[in-house]
Design a protein around this ligand. Sequence first.
Ligand SMILES: [Zn+2]
Ligand SMILES: [Zn+2]
Length: 174
Amino acid sequence: MKIDLSQFLEKEDQTVTCDAAIDIKSVSVNGMDFPRTDSRSVTLTFYNSEGHTLYVSGKTSLTFTAGCDRCLEQVDVDIPVEISQEIKITDEVFSMDNDEGLDYVAEGFLDIDGMIMAEVHLGWPSKILCKDDCLGLCPVCGKNRNLFTCDCDTEVRDPRMMQFLDVFSNSKEV
Ligand SMILES: [Zn+2]
Ligand SMILES: [Zn+2]
């Protein structure tokens, strides 16, 4: 959601907390969409320091569902989100000027979802595993090796050799 910042103009040197809904349905990472499964909100704390800086802070976490990189099982991915931003107030106009060059303020409104989405992208894991020692899928029969044991010869063969083997076994059948 977006929060109207004008309500904090008259709250000089005061702390105001408010609960903000998070309107995020999914996150897109490397062209893949991962649906969000939680419905948490975020409690934000605003502090207007001497009428020239508005500090925003808050903590929450978002949960998404994604496939394990090895066995493709669906797993919950929890992303902790921590917000800590400074908003400048100049002649009652709000602006953001941070090192990352990110600006979540437009026409006096703070874009909570944009701010949280940036944190989700930062916190997204490079590898998603159902468990650290996930055995993955058998490269031969495709069974989930966490659940089944198979007798497949999983020695890595040269794919060109595999073709040869196919031809050989086909000709044997004739
Ligand atoms: Zn797995
Ligand atoms: Zn197998």
